[in-house]
Ligand binder design. Structure first.
Ligand SMILES: Cc1cc2nc3c(=O)[nH]c(=O)nc-3n(C[C@H](O)[C@H](O)[C@H](O)COP(=O)(O)OP(=O)(O)OC[C@H]3O[C@@H](n4cnc5c(N)ncnc54)[C@H](O)[C@@H]3O)c2cc1C
Length: 327
């Protein structure tokens, strides 16, 4: 593709020695970023992917993914994103083990400075920097993530058939996910630091009338223990400070979800929680800057939905570049 870069300011039209000119720069190497990379590569756009600190994204933290189509026996999270990466690279995508530090979307082409000190001058950018679940930060949480500790009921509920699980949190997501878990688990105990839930009245009513739901008020988890997988938690009473051990098979944590959008503040439109605002075509408020996956999706937060958004963003970036070159 021969790009018409007529509106490019002179000092941005060529990069210096530590700068590289690219047609499509993708920020993030999770399912959304690598799917965007595959589609952009197959459109002959030679995309460059900045992997960020977490190559493969959140799904690389999980042992087994059982809800991604095409793998009837499930697939390891790391294995799945490794296959995504290989497929994108096969068609010409390049993955750089580096992160975006500063972005400047004020003029096109856009400028992105990496943590390793490299500058990218990009005709289009696809942001797929994902999101992170807020952690409890207690001993055992990291050790047992994927072995009983989870941040996603849709992903992991199935593994807790006839088991006893805890849900941490008192908001809408904690109750929604807790109610979802009652389909599988024998019991779902909501552990909440206060004696009142923050969720909406309908959800509270559903939760309180569900025979599988129990409540531990004024309680926090101070430790998660087990042997290979979760076996118990230590619960501390927030009023008395007393603690006790509660046997449990799973701990689902829903105390918040934060999109990785700090460095885009002031440049891209976001909702009140910091998720990037995109239209149906994955376009942000800046023409040529697209966003896909969890960074722009507070609702579905799945591999398949993130991958789909990534593919759509790359198709739109291709369309955008085509329009530029024929202008
Ligand atoms: C433990 C766990 C288990 C899960 N299990 C399942 C499951 O079984 N099934 C399912 O469908 N979903 C599951 N999910 C959810 C799924 O992983 C996410 O929905 C999906 O990974 C989102 O993809 P994404 O590409 O939008 O973002 P992410 O996966 O969050 O990837 C974000 C990427 O952006 C990069 N990044 C961040 N900042 C920068 C920066 N400044 N510069 C460059 N790159 C940056 C990160 O390094 C990362 O590569 C699970 C999530 C977790 C945490």
């Amino acid at each position: 593709m021969d790009l018409n870069l007529g509106n490019v300011s002179a000092d941005r039209s060529t990069g210096g020695s530590d700068e590289e000119r690219v047609k499509v720069l993708i920020l993030g190497s999770g399912p959304a970023g690598l799917s965007a990379a595959l589609y952009a590569a197959r459109a002959d756009l030679n995309p460059v992917v900045l992997s960020g600190m977490e190559l493969g994204g959140q799904v690389s933290l999980t042992y087994t993914v059982e809800n991604y189509p095409g793998f009837p026996d499930g697939v390891g999270g790391m294995e799945l994103v490794d296959l995504f990466r290989k497929q994108a690279e096969k068609f010409g995508a390049r993955v750089e083990y580096d992160s975006a530090e500063k972005v400047d979307f004020s003029t096109r082409p856009f400028r992105v400075q990496s943590v390793n000190g490299k500058g990218y001058i990009a005709d289009s950018v696809i942001i797929t920097t994902g999101a992170r679940s807020v952690h409890l930060d207690v001993p055992g949480e990291n050790e047992f993530t994927g072995r009983g500790v989870s941040y996603c009921a849709t992903c992991d509920g199935w593994f807790f058939k006839d088991k006893d699980v805890i849900v941490v949190g008192g908001g809408d997501s904690a109750l929604e996910e807790g109610l979802f878990l009652t389909r599988y688990a024998d019991s779902v105990t909501i552990v909440h630091r206060r004696d009142e839930l923050r969720a909406g009245p309908v959800l509270i009513d559903r939760a309180q009338t569900n025979p599988k739901m129990k409540f531990e008020w004024n309680s926090v988890i101070s430790e998660i223990s087990g042997n290979g997988s979760v076996q118990s938690v230590r619960l501390k009473d927030t009023r008395t400070g007393k603690d006790r051990v509660m046997p449990v098979d799973g701990v689902f944590i829903f105390i918040g979800h934060t999109p990785n959008t700090e460095r885009f503040k002031g440049q891209l439109d976001m909702d009140e929680r910091g998720y990037l605002k995109v239209d149906q075509l994955m376009r942000t408020n800046i023409p040529g800057v697209f966003a896909a996956g969890e960074v722009a999706d507070p609702h579905y937060r799945q591999v398949i939905t993130s991958a789909g958004m990534g593919a759509a963003a790359a198709m739109q970036a291709n369309h955008f570049l085509d329009t530029l070159s024929s202008a």
